[in-house]
Design a protein around this ligand. Structure first.
Ligand SMILES: Nc1ncnc2c1ncn2[C@@H]1O[C@H](COP(=O)(O)OP(=O)(O)OP(=O)(O)O)[C@@H](O)[C@H]1O
Ligand SMILES: [Mg+2]
Length: 425
């Protein structure tokens, strides 16, 4: 069978790597892919880059090549309606429709949805008027959180620790239009404290199947200092998600969401990522939804998945996830992102990358911002690699990952030294 996977990041390399292990899979086409998917030789099945990204081109390719299933990695094509277009053409695809993807593509939609369906989340209000937003901030005080309504590639959230920062964020989004249409409305919400975790499930319209738990590290520097990034590392499982929290997340967040979307006439299919804040007294609040797998959470999660991913996704598309049980490697997988010089502001590209060792049983390297140039591997984006270590302990998995990174070199490479610290403290 032929599979089409849309995207080009570390998440997509990990999904392609896992899909290619399925005995039913002949080729995984990654559109457009990266330097890692271009050179993937780890499995019997082929992984092939496909240099297209237009939605209609993808539909034409899927028809021509009789693609069995299309899987969508990133949010942009989902928000652009790729699932609607594929379905209209009679093609099998895994992901939410454009309207259902509003759970991620509009913070106002997702907050109103959570409120309507009694899903625990921070109190909020939505504004398009600069004056009213400023007045609300003065009334509520700081710390307070300002979020652009639309997709802003990780730049749309300001956690303001004082009033000046909060007012500046409102001016940046509403008055100065710095985020364009995405910032034409803002959600202003209550500041929450606690420990965050990523809770990712597969949804088939009615049933939800939880993937292994994970925790991401958003800040650039050790000790969660420095600017927010797309994610500097992640590990799975995340001990903060105890069996009790797990049950609670399914009962209070995931299942009300699946049922709520169905009741609202927008049945949800696809990966569903709930960003959770776990408060010290063991309560949870849903910070946000994403309509896709997380990056870098996907890399350690796929490293631990033992079940046949294609088989699971087929059940998800057919609405029979209730018949599936997932099998996980009991070890911890821990992924460290190696980023380019000047990431996240203005990442430098075109640096030659050397020293990536072949994958082993407990060390895997997934590519993100890499490409092949004249047969040589060079950097092409902010987050360049995600190196995953596996071991019976978090500390052991850390050692495996950092040991592999020590052999890798490119000019200006930077990475956090403390991925997983919350689980080893
Ligand atoms: N109400 C809140 N209180 C405290 N911190 C918050 C709150 N909302 C968001 N944050 C912080 O800001 C981060 C980003 O917020 P959010 O997840 O809503 O934005 P996003 O841009 O959609 O992120 P992602 O790139 O993960 O999809 C969160 O991971 C969390 O650390
Ligand atoms: Mg988000």
């Amino acid at each position: 069978m032929k599979i089409l996977l849309v995207g080009s990041g570390g998440r997509e390399h990990a999904l392609a790597w896992k899909l290619a292990q399925s005995p039913q899979v002949q080729t995984v086409y990654v559109a457009p892919g990266n330097g890692g998917t271009a050179t993937a030789k780890q499995t019997a099945a082929g992984i092939t880059n496909l240099p297209i990204s237009g939605l209609q081109e993808l539909v034409d390719f899927a028809k021509r090549e009789k693609i069995h299933l299309t899987v969508v990695g990133p949010e942009a094509p989902l928000a652009a309606g790729i699932v609607d277009l594929f379905r209209a053409n009679g093609l099998r695809i895994f992901g939410p429709t454009q309207l259902a993807a509003q759970l991620e593509s509009s913070k106002d939609f997702s907050k109103a949805f959570m409120k309507r369906h009694g899903i625990p989340t921070a109190d909020y209000q939505t504004f398009s008027s600069t004056l009213e937003a400023h007045a609300y901030i003065d009334a509520k005080g700081a710390p307070i959180v300002i979020k652009a309504d639309g997709l802003a590639a990780g730049k749309g959230v300001v956690v303001a620790m004082n009033l000046a920062e909060a007012h500046a964020a409102v001016d940046m989004m509403l008055a100065d239009n710095k985020l364009g249409n995405a910032g034409a409305r803002v959600v202003i919400e209550e500041f929450l404290t606690g420990e965050e975790a990523s809770f990712i499930v597969l949804v088939d319209g009615k049933n939800a199947l939880a993937l292994a738990t994970s925790q991401d590290h958003k800040r650039l520097l050790d000790g969660d200092q420095g600017p927010n990034t797309g994610g500097m590392g992640a590990y799975s499982p995340a001990p903060v998600v105890t069996p009790e929290i797990h049950a609670r997340a399914l009962r209070e967040v995931i299942m009300p969401t699946v049922r709520g979307m169905e009741a609202d006439g927008l049945p949800y299919t696809g990966f569903l990522y709930a960003g959770l804040m776990i408060t010290p007294d063991g309560k949870i609040k849903c910070l946000e939804f994403n309509c896709r797998m997380g990056d870098p959470e996907t890399q350690p999660i796929m490293a631990r998945l033992r079940s046949d991913l294609l088989n699971v996704l087929d059940h998800a598309v057919d609405g029979t996830l209730n018949t599936v049980d997932l099998d996980w490697d009991r070890r911890t997988a821990l992924g460290v992102v190696v980023a380019a010089k000047n990431y996240p502001e203005t990442p430098r590209t075109e640096d030659a990358i050397t020293g990536i060792a072949p994958d082993t049983e407990d060390q895997l390297t997934f590519h993100a911002g890499t490409k092949l140039e004249g047969g040589k591997l060079v950097s092409s984006g902010g987050r360049v690699l995600c190196v995953v270590g596996l071991s019976d302990t978090v500390r052991g998995a850390q050692q495996k990952a950092y040991e592999a990174i020590a052999k890798i070199h490119f000019d200006g490479m930077q990475y956090r030294q403390d991925i997983g610290y919350r689980a080893v403290k």
